[in-house]
Design a protein around this ligand. Structure first.
Ligand code: F6R
Ligand code: MG
Ligand code: MG
Length: 369
């Protein structure tokens, strides 16, 4: 008996790109579409859309199996495997790079792909925005999620919509300790920010409305470097946000991206730079493999059917943000190998430090200061 509820699963992976890490080849998107179309025909999923940002494929699926469903995770894994076969045939760069295991083991979490999922009862009208990013890490969502759900200068609804006025609660993952804390805003706002500001370690996993516990947003938090113990690719996160009627309006959600904040993960996963919102066709990070990009796909759900997408950053009102992002990118680039553009030693995904230290350690003498 299918549940009343619908589940939205966004599962992403980089399984090969061209030229270098620039963008997904159309043949991979076609293969992913074929795989999900077959699942839809067999009624395993209700609907799907294959998105992409830079070199990442984003599988957006609706279904009735709930979150962490083995069937849905297997479908995503098999789809990425099929795309990897195509990537290998075309000698694309980094074919299969985010698939860290040899065989599927029940849930793609911990196996490389990033996952953002939520289950809810579909409202009579259900606007949803799916965000997909490239050349950045999961902590990139902390800043915009905070703005959408806790900052009254971004979301007017926090002040003047009776359904939002009680505020939202944030689940925050400590990625190093693998522990989650739930913090309620507005009263725990200052406690929340001590964690969110350290976005390399603490990441929002989901947001709920306090008045009734309704799920409002879910984000992927998988960090490939923590999974694999060494650099094997980037995390390039995804998230889904429900909007309107007692949740932030689409325009409040989009407003959170008008400031191109600095994120980790540019070039070799070892630099920080501004997150530039762009249209689907412009999500091709080229300069210094960047700057980092985010795209926004807007949908309406209709009994689980994904009506859309609308390319929400394809709007001149984001031109100024893009101009600022390019100006900041230039400013950051001028630092070359110096921090804070280059990440602190322990955060870099590429490093020569062990070799260099190994060779030079005897030349360090007790220093006179
Ligand atoms: C990949 C990425 C790129 C690569 C860089 C070096 O998503 O962010 O900046 O890290 O192009 O790649 P390799 O080591 O594969 O030559
Ligand atoms: Mg890549
Ligand atoms: Mg990527």
């Amino acid at each position: 008996m299918p549940s009343q509820k619908i589940t939205l699963s966004v599962i992403k992976a980089d399984v090969g790109s061209y030229t270098g890490h620039n963008r997904v080849h159309p043949a991979l998107l076609e293969k992913a579409g074929e795989s999900l179309e077959a699942a839809k025909t067999k009624k395993h999923i209700v609907d799907y859309y294959v998105g992409r940002c830079g070199d990442d494929i984003d599988l957006i699926m609706t279904h009735r199996h709930g979150v962490d469903s083995e069937a849905i995770h297997r479908l995503a894994w098999d789809t990425f495997m099929a795309c990897t076969t195509v990537a290998k045939r075309l000698h694309l760069y980094g074919a299969g790079q985010d698939l860290l295991a040899d065989a599927f083991a029940g849930n793609v979490k911990g196996m490389g792909p990033g996952v953002a999922e939520m289950e809810f009862v579909e409202r009579p009208s259900e606007p949803i925005v799916v965000f997909m990013a490239d050349k950045c890490s999961p902590g990139a969502w902390n800043f915009p999620l905070y703005r959408m759900f806790a900052d009254p200068f971004t979301s007017a609804g926090l002040v003047i919509d009776p359904k939002m006025h009680e505020g939202f609660q944030f689940s925050v993952l400590d990625a190093k300790k693998d522990a989650i804390i739930v913090l309620k805003c507005p009263e725990e706002l200052y406690d929340l920010l001590i964690f969110l500001g350290a976005s390399n370690q603490f990441m929002i996993t989901d947001v709920r409305r306090r008045a009734d516990g309704e799920i409002a947003a879910a984000a992927s938090t998988q960090k490939l470097s923590l999974i694999a113990g060494k650099y094997v690719g980037k995390d390039d996160p995804v998230m889904a946000v429900r909007c309107q009627a007692g949740l932030p309006a689409v325009g409040e959600v989009m407003e959170a991206f008008t400031f191109p904040h600095l994120v980790d993960g540019w070039m070799r996963g070892s630099h920080c730079g501004p997150l530039m919102p762009c249209a689907f066709d412009e999500a091709n990070p080229t300069r210094f493999d960047g700057p980092p990009r985010v795209v926004a796909a807007g949908f309406q759900l209709a009994d689980g059917q994904l009506v859309g997408p609308v390319d929400l950053f394809d709007d001149p009102s984001f031109d100024e943000t893009r101009r600022k992002a390019n100006e900041v990118a230039e400013y950051m680039r001028r630092h070359g190998p110096f921090q804070p553009h280059r990440l602190p030693l322990e955060e870099m995904e590429y490093t020569t430090l062990p070799q260099v230290m190994g060779r030079l350690k005897d030349r360090f003498k007790a220093g006179k200061r």
